[in-house]
Design a protein around this ligand. Structure first.
Ligand SMILES: [Zn+2]
Length: 384
């Protein structure tokens, strides 16, 4: 249970108990005493208006594009159909990205702006196009036909089946291609042309972008950020067996804080025998001024409801291959030694480097030095 679950998205009201209940595991029983206590002590009227200001400075990723904040107005702004924008946000309790079309925004006096989206969901095409990597699969979204995220009190256009309420500052803009591009897509999903959208970048790309943005807003702007989300349960046996990972991590990672983080992740992953991991590394020259032009990250994708995402940024790594390599290295050293790991990367440079370093031990040091990022790659070899 997080504070965000018991107050409304604009941070101005205590949620109705029936909305809070949606996040609870045990939904039965009468209204608990803690709710009545909050209602008696932190609200000023029967609608649950909070009497303290929960506004806090919001740190945002300067390189992520965002929809403009409309001026303060007691009337909700309905964005005209022609200018509705495609947006995404990180949904913490689902450990996943949420896509949508921006329908309206309320920016009431003394409240944080809140937006309403028509919910769209990512269509997984892995099974129809099995030979492609996730980052080269077309990113197709379709309208949600209704899910647990649906906000039932929406006033306005009631045609969309699923409407989601989101803090406006949590939204990032995403790009959808024109209808012409959709028609050119081959192979195309077997649905009508107007019932899907084709996004400009891959699903893993937007997923990491949204997760990164979420971390920044939580104040994680240090060199390496990571957040464990709903880690799988532990048993004492797995703690003992993770000593191989500990050794690898200690050898390869200098920074004590990062090493500690990696050890915690390795313990959490210890009981898994199959892991599907998407890696992503990117070079973003617009971030040079902040000193961290390289971002890298990975996320597991095959653990139901408990996926783990790791993400960091690099100061001294001026190439995107290095970021990809770092993503793969940090993913591999936390996997259990008896685990079958599928790494999904679409970086051809990273794949080439992997094959070049296969015979590292039998080549001359001079040639070895010519291979990109050779230290990282031999670490990946020896670790495997
Ligand atoms: Zn939905």
């Amino acid at each position: 249970m997080f504070l965000d679950h018991i107050i409304t998205k604009d941070h101005a009201y205590l949620e109705d108990y029936k909305d809070i209940k949606k996040h609870l595991t045990h939904k039965g029983g009468k209204i608990p005493r803690w709710y009545q206590f909050l209602k008696d002590n932190i609200t000023i009227n029967n609608q649950g208006r909070l009497y303290f200001d929960l506004d806090r400075p919001i740190i945002q990723n300067p390189s992520a594009p965002r929809p403009a904040i409309p001026p303060v107005d007691p009337i909700t702004l309905h964005h005209p159909k022609k200018s509705q924008q495609w947006v995404a946000t990180w949904t913490q309790h689902l450990s996943d990205i949420t896509y949508g079309k921006l329908m309206s925004t309320s920016h009431f006096p003394n409240c944080l702006p809140v937006s309403y989206l028509e919910h769209w969901i990512h269509k997984d095409l892995t099974f129809t196009l099995p030979s492609t990597t996730p980052r080269s699969l077309p990113n197709i979204i379709t309208k949600c036909q209704g899910c647990a995220q649906h906000f039932t009190y929406y006033v306005g256009n009631l045609r969309p089946k699923c409407i989601i309420q989101v803090k406006h500052q949590d939204l990032i803009l995403i790009d959808a291609f024109s209808k012409k591009k959709r028609e050119e897509l081959s192979p195309r999903p077997a649905i009508t042309i107007n019932s899907f959208q084709l996004l400009k970048y891959s699903h893993p790309h937007y997923r990491l972008l949204a997760f990164n943005d979420f971390l920044l807003q939580q104040g994680h702007n240090s060199t390496v950020d990571f957040r464990l989300i709903a880690p799988p349960s532990l048993n004492s046996d797995s703690v003992i067996r993770s000593s191989t990972n500990d050794k690898l991590i200690t050898c390869l990672i200098d920074d004590i804080k990062i090493a500690e983080d990696m050890k915690v992740i390795s313990i959490n992953l210890n009981s898994f025998t199959i892991l599907d991991i998407y890696t992503d590394g990117s070079y973003d020259p617009t971030n040079i001024h902040e000193g961290f032009p390289m971002g890298y990250g990975w996320t597991t994708s095959n653990l139901t409801g408990t996926n783990i995402t790791y993400n960091g940024s690099l100061r001294f790594f001026p190439s995107s291959t290095k970021a990809e390599t770092m993503a793969i290295l940090t993913a591999l050293i936390v996997c259990p030694s008896n685990c079958f790991v599928n790494i999904h990367t679409d970086s051809q440079a990273a794949i080439d480097s992997f094959y070049k370093t296969r015979n590292l031990h039998s080549i001359s040091p001079r040639l070895f030095n010519k291979i990109n990022n050779n230290i990282l790659w031999s670490a990946i070899r020896d670790g495997g």
